[in-house]
Ligand binder design. Structure first.
Ligand code: CDP
Length: 749
C-alpha cells in the first residue's frame, strides 16, 4: 500500500484516503522547507553569482550612453546597407505607429501586457523601441519558447539595427539557447529560450543585468513561461532591486484579463493563498495593456468530408492538387506532428515532384522542426527561387513562433505532439493529440497574412466542433519535478502557494516533490540538497541531472562516460530507423561492433567514442554504421557543452579528456549504477511468464524492438522512457542486477 504514495494506480487514489493523509503530511513538509535549512543553503547559492556579475556589471555601466552613439558612427557599410533596406519594412509593420504608446505605457507602469497578431512586429520591434529609453541602461531579455525562434529573431533584429550578432565585442544583439550562447560584452538585446532565462534567474535572483524582460508567446503557456511569470511577479513586487524591472508580456491570443489580474496587485505577501484569491478587486493601475491590430486577409476553410487517419497521404494529394490548380506565387504551409511525419512527407513530395513535367513550376519541400540544425532552419527565411512553389512542412513551431512569408495555403492535420503526464504510471510521455480550436484558428491565419488564402483542414467540420476551446496549459498536464526543483533552487520555500497563473493539481505537485525526494534532490525536510543545487544548474531533467551528479562522485568516477551517454540521449535517434527487413538486417550486421550486451546505454557510449575517434571521414563512418550523422554532430556539440559546464561547476578538471577505449567491466557497472540512481522509477523485473513488470507501479512493459536487448531475458532492466504504441514499451534499456535495483528501490521507500 505504501507504493500507492509513490505511483498510485488510477483507480486507487479515491479509496486510499488514509494512506493519503500520510502522503499529505510528507508533502506539506517537502513543499514548505525548513527555514533553518534555507539559510544554510543560502551562502551556497550565492556563490555562482560572482562570475556573471563581474563580467556584466562594469560593462553595463559604461555601455549605457556613449557606446550607443559610438556604435552608430562605426557601422560597417554592409550592415548599414542592410539596416537601411529594412527600415521601410519595419515602418510598415502594424506595431510601428504604436511605438510611442508602448514607450509611454512603460514610463507609467512597470508591466505591460501587449497583444497583437502574429507577424505584427512584436518580437522584433519592442526591444528596439525600448532599448534607448532613459530607464533602459542595461540589457533587455526577450524569451522564446523555441530555440529556432530565438536564433532567427536575433539575426533579424541585428540586421534591422545594423549591428553584428553574437559574441563579437561590437555585437549589440545576441541569443542564448541550451548548449549555445551567442552573446558578447556589448549585448543589449538578448533573445533567450525560456529555459535559459530560468537558469539565469537561478544564478542572479534579482536579474541585475537586465532593465527589462519581455516574455513573448505567453499564450503557449509552457511550464517555463508560467514559472517565469510567477518569479517576475514576485520580483516586480519585491524590494530587492534598486531600480524597477520593466516587464512586457506579449502574445498573439493571450487572455489579457487573467494576466492583468495576475500582475495587478501589490502582492506584499505574495506567498499567501488569500492574496491570490483577492486579486480580482485589486488596483490594476501598475499594469498597462496595449493591443496591436494585425493585418489579416480572409481565409477560406475547407474541411474533409470524411475523417482520415492517414494525414501524410491526404496532405500529399492536396499539395499536388494546389500546385497544379493554383497560380504562383503562393507557398504551402503544412502542419504535421513531428520530425517523423515531416520527413516522410518530404520524401514523398520529392519523389513525386521528380516525375512532374518540365513546364510545371518546381516544388521545394522545406522541413521546419525544433531539432533541425540551424542552417537548415535558415532556409525558411531565404527568398523563393524563380518559378518555384515552396512547401513548408512544419510542427506547431510555425503556428505563432516563426513567421514564414509567402504562404497562401495552409494544410492542417489537426494534431500535435504534446507532453502528457500519465498519472497511473507516474511518467511523462509525448502523445499525438488533437489541437484546440484556438490553435486551429492560429494555423488557418497563417494563410492570410499577405493576401486572401485557403486553409485545408484534414478533419471534418464535426471534428473541429469537438476540439477544446483552448490548449490546456502544460503545467496542468506535465511532470512538474524540474519546475519544482527550479523553484526550490530559486529559494521558493512554499511551492504549494507559489503564484501560478493556473494552479496545477495538487496531486501533480505531490508526485513531483516525492520524485525529487527519491532523487535526493530534496532533503526530507523539503529544502534543496547539495546534489539538488547542482542538478538545478544543468539544463537537464532532474533525472538526467541526478545521473550526472552521481557519476561525479568519487565512488562512481565515470563522469566523462556518463556525459557521452546523456549527450546521446539528448538528441532524437542516433541510430537510423530503417523500413525494410533487408535494410534492417544489413544495419544489424554493420552495427554489431557497437552493440554491447549490457544494453542501449553502453551501446550509445561506444558509438559516441568511436565516432569521436574517427579522424578521417565521420560522415562515411556514419553511413557505414547506419548512424545519423546529423544526430552525431548534435551529440558532439552537447557533449562539449556539458563537459564545459561540469568544469565550471568543478565536477571535472579542464585536463580531463574522454578516453577512446570501451569501458572496462567495472566501469560499465559503475555507469549503470549511476543510470539506475536517476531512473529508479523506470525499472522492471522479469516475471516467471517472461514479461517484465515495473518495480514501482507493477505495470507490464516489453523491451522495445529498437533496443539491443529486444527479445532477451534478463533479471531486471532500467530504461529511459515508456512508449505507447499498442502496448507499453520500454525504450533505451540496460540490463541490471535485480538485487541492485531492489536496493535502490528500498532506499527510497
Ligand atoms: O512577434 P510578431 O509575431 O508580432 O512579429 P515579428 O516576429 O516581430 O515579425 C515581424 C516581421 O518581421 C515578420 O512579418 C517578418 O516579415 C519579419 N521577420 C523576418 O523576416 N525574419 C525573422 N526571423 C523574424 C521576423
Amino acid at each position: 500500500e505504501d507504493k500507492a504514495e509513490v505511483t498510485p494506480n488510477e483507480d486507487i487514489p479515491r479509496n486510499v484516503t488514509s494512506a493519503k493523509s500520510d502522503a499529505e503530511s510528507t508533502v506539506e513538509i517537502l513543499a514548505k522547507a525548513h527555514k533553518r535549512q534555507k539559510s544554510d543553503a543560502a551562502p551556497q547559492s550565492t556563490k555562482p553569482n560572482r562570475k556573471p556579475e563581474q563580467q556584466v556589471r562594469p560593462k553595463n555601466k559604461q555601455s549605457a550612453g556613449p557606446r550607443h552613439s559610438q556604435q552608430i558612427q562605426n557601422v560597417p557599410h554592409h550592415l548599414q546597407k542592410k539596416r537601411d533596406e529594412l527600415q521601410p519594412v519595419r515602418k510598415s509593420l502594424p506595431i510601428w505607429p504604436q511605438a510611442d504608446a508602448i514607450k509611454a505605457a512603460l514610463k507609467k507602469s512597470n508591466i505591460l501586457v501587449l497583444t497583437g497578431e502574429t507577424g505584427s512586429g512584436k518580437s522584433t520591434q519592442v526591444p528596439q523601441f525600448l532599448m534607448n529609453e532613459p530607464w533602459c541602461t542595461k540589457c533587455i531579455a526577450i524569451t522564446q519558447p523555441r530555440r529556432v525562434a530565438a536564433i532567427s529573431l536575433a539575426h533579424r533584429v541585428a540586421d534591422e539595427m545594423g549591428s553584428f550578432m553574437g559574441k563579437s565585442p561590437a555585437a549589440r544583439v545576441g541569443y542564448s539557447v541550451r548548449f549555445d550562447n551567442a552573446t558578447g560584452r556589448d549585448t543589449k538585446v538578448k533573445f533567450l529560450t525560456e529555459g535559459m532565462l530560468l537558469q539565469e534567474m537561478l544564478r542572479d535572483r534579482t536579474m541585475s543585468q537586465y532593465s527589462a524582460v519581455v516574455v513573448d508567446e505567453v499564450h503557449e503557456r509552457s511550464v517555463n513561461v508560467d514559472l517565469i511569470l510567477g518569479f517576475l511577479r514576485n520580483l516586480v513586487a519585491g524590494k530587492t532591486r534598486t531600480v524597477p524591472l520593466k516587464v512586457v508580456v506579449m502574445s498573439a491570443t493571450a487572455d489579457v484579463e487573467s494576466l492583468v489580474k495576475f500582475f495587478g496587485n501589490d502582492q506584499s505577501s505574495s506567498n499567501s493563498e488569500q492574496t491570490l484569491n483577492k486579486l480580482t478587486d485589486q488596483d490594476t493601475s501598475m499594469v498597462s495593456t496595449c493591443y496591436v491590430e494585425g493585418r489579416q486577409y480572409p481565409v477560406k476553410t475547407i474541411y474533409l468530408p470524411q475523417p482520415t487517419q492517414d494525414w501524410v497521404e491526404s496532405a500529399l494529394k492536396l499539395v499536388f492538387q494546389i500546385h497544379y490548380k493554383e497560380p504562383l506565387p503562393g507557398d504551402v504551409l503544412v502542419f504535421l506532428t513531428g520530425q517523423d511525419t515531416i520527413e516522410a512527407l518530404e520524401k514523398l513530395i520529392n519523389e513525386y515532384a521528380e516525375g512532374m513535367d518540365k513546364e510545371v513550376p518546381k516544388l521545394l519541400a522545406l522541413p521546419l522542426f525544433a531539432a533541425l540544425p540551424q542552417h537548415a532552419q535558415q532556409r525558411i527565411f531565404q527568398p523563393t527561387p524563380y518559378r518555384t512553389r515552396r512547401v513548408i512542412l512544419a510542427t506547431n513551431i510555425a503556428e505563432t513562433s516563426v513567421t514564414v512569408s509567402g504562404v497562401r495555403f495552409v494544410i492542417d492535420c489537426g494534431k500535435s505532439k504534446m507532453k502528457q503526464f500519465r498519472n497511473r504510471l507516474g511518467l511523462e510521455s509525448l502523445l499525438v493529440k488533437p489541437i484546440s480550436k484556438s490553435a486551429a484558428i492560429q494555423r488557418r491565419g497563417r494563410a492570410g497574412r499577405e493576401a486572401p488564402g485557403q486553409c485545408y483542414r484534414l478533419y471534418t467540420e464535426d471534428g473541429y466542433k469537438t476540439m477544446e476551446e483552448r490548449t490546456i496549459p502544460e503545467i496542468l498536464r506535465c511532470d512538474l519535478s524540474q519546475a519544482i526543483l527550479t523553484m526550490k533552487a530559486r529559494g521558493i520555500d512554499d511551492v504549494l502557494n507559489f503564484p501560478f497563473l493556473d494552479q496545477p493539481p495538487r496531486e501533480a505537485l505531490e508526485k513531483a516533490l516525492l520524485q525529487l525526494l527519491h532523487l535526493q534532490a530534496l532533503t526530507d525536510t523539503g529544502s534543496i540538497s547539495e546534489a539538488g543545487e547542482k542538478i538545478a544548474k544543468f539544463p537537464l531533467t532532474p533525472t538526467l541531472g541526478r545521473v550526472l551528479v552521481e557519476a561525479a562522485t568519487s565512488e562512481r568516477d565515470c563522469l566523462l562516460d556518463v556525459i557521452d551517454i546523456i549527450s546521446a540521449l539528448s538528441v532524437e535517434n542516433v541510430f537510423l530507423n530503417l523500413v525494410t527487413e533487408e535494410r534492417k538486417e544489413e544495419a544489424e550486421e554493420a552495427r554489431r561492433e557497437l552493440y554491447r550486451r549490457e544494453g542501449d546505454h553502453l551501446t550509445l557510449l561506444v558509438t559516441v567514442k568511436r565516432y569521436a575517434q574517427e579522424q578521417t571521414d565521420r560522415k562515411a563512418w556514419c553511413e557505414r554504421h547506419f548512424v545519423s550523422h546529423r544526430a552525431m554532430q548534435n551529440v558532439m556539440n552537447i557533449r562539449k557543452q556539458l563537459q564545459q559546464q561540469c568544469v565550471q561547476q568543478k565536477l571535472l578538471s579542464k585536463d580531463d579528456v574522454p578516453s577512446g577505449s570501451a569501458p572496462s567491466e567495472t566501469r560499465s557497472q559503475a555507469i549503470l549504477a549511476c543510470i539506475l540512481r536517476g531512473f529508479v522509477s523506470n525499472t522492471a523485473r522479469l516475471m516467471p511468464d517472461g514479461s517484465y513488470k515495473t518495480l514501482l507501479g507493477n505495470q507490464t512493459v516489453a523491451i522495445h524492438p529498437s533496443s539491443v536487448l529486444f527479445g532477451r531475458k534478463v533479471e531486471a532492466i532500467v530504461f529511459n522512457e515508456f512508449v505507447f504504441t499498442g502496448k507499453a514499451w520500454a525504450r533505451g534499456v540496460s540490463a541490471v542486477q535485480l538485487d541492485w535495483v531492489s536496493e535502490v528501490v528500498e532506499s527510497i521507500m
